[in-house]
Design a protein around this ligand. Structure first.
Ligand code: KIV
Length: 273
């Protein structure tokens, strides 16, 4: 368990390449951020919050304001872990300048330590521009959910060797551009192993095998709160049924007038003599 006060930085995470596995989870609330930060090195405020918190079908409608609101809450609730906030779709792709304007808002308004953006070779120039101007960037290649409308489905990448070259080139481009780490999402195990070995920065896997330098999952998925999860998610908890049970018990007790009981009400003060 980690209780240190100093926050980890992007260079701290970068320096862990090839060392002890880097433990990452998402969090979108002050309360869960406190728990996650006690055990993890990195908290990602991912744009998957659109799906897990807001019931959206994809991450495409997520806005910069939504990311900043939740990023700020996570910073308030956590210590020690490096907090990384996703740049959402439409907030960085148009130009390097647009990306810097969005990233600087995120850093200033949340106090987080880095941003993440999706895309490999096509984003390399933008990543270099941000890093040169003081914005630590985590890349994200393989399955890039913000591109759902062009890729058509959330399917695993690199399952045929003939598809490997562009994915590896994307990861190398992100690393060469100065990113401090790169997320590999839904990538076949041999390709993930090859990329992790090829790039000089930590490769953080989500559905990309144990060959990566670290792992990340979406908190609600691993806690058993999400109704549908990809194959790569292991449910480390089953909170869905226990929340259901608690809410049902509450509703039953309110209807039966057995809640609030004697322990849950304020008694009158004894009159002063
Ligand atoms: O938004 C998110 O949760 C992510 C993870 C899948 C890495 O980007």
């Amino acid at each position: 368990m980690h209780d240190d006060i100093r926050r980890l930085t992007a260079p701290d995470i970068r320096a862990r390449k090839g060392g002890e596995p880097i433990v990452c989870l998402t969090s979108y609330h002050a309360h869960t951020a406190g728990t996650v930060a006690r055990y993890c090195d990195v908290i990602l405020v991912g744009d998957s919050l659109g799906m897990v918190m807001h019931g959206l079908e994809t991450t495409v409608p997520v806005t910069l304001d939504m990311m900043i609101l939740q990023g700020h809450a996570v910073m308030r609730g956590s210590r020690r872990a490096l907090v990384i906030v996703d740049l959402p779709f439409g907030s960085y792709e148009a130009s390097k300048e647009q990306a810097f304007a969005s990233a600087s808002r995120v850093l200033k308004e949340t106090g987080c330590g880095a941003v993440k953006l999706e895309g490999g070779r096509r984003m390399a120039e933008t990543i270099a521009f941000l890093v040169e101007r003081g914005v630590p960037v985590m890349g994200h290649v393989g399955l890039t959910p913000q591109a759902i409308n062009t890729i058509g489905s959330f399917r695993a990448q690199g399952r045929d060797e003939s598809d490997w070259a562009p994915i590896e080139a994307d990861a190398r481009a992100v690393a060469d551009a100065g990113a401090f780490a790169v997320v590999l999402e839904a990538i076949a195990e041999p390709l993930a192993r090859r990329i992790s070995g090829a790039v000089a920065i930590p490769a953080i896997g989500i559905g990309a095998s144990v060959a990566c330098d670290g792992q990340i999952l979406v908190l609600e998925d691993m806690l058993g709160l999400s109704p549908r999860v990809p194959k790569f998610v292991k449910r480390f908890g089953e909170l869905g049924p226990s929340i259901e049970r608690a809410v049902k018990n509450y509703a039953d007790e309110v209807r039966a007038r057995s809640f609030p009981g004697p322990d849950n009400v304020y008694a009158m003060r004894k009159p002063k003599r």
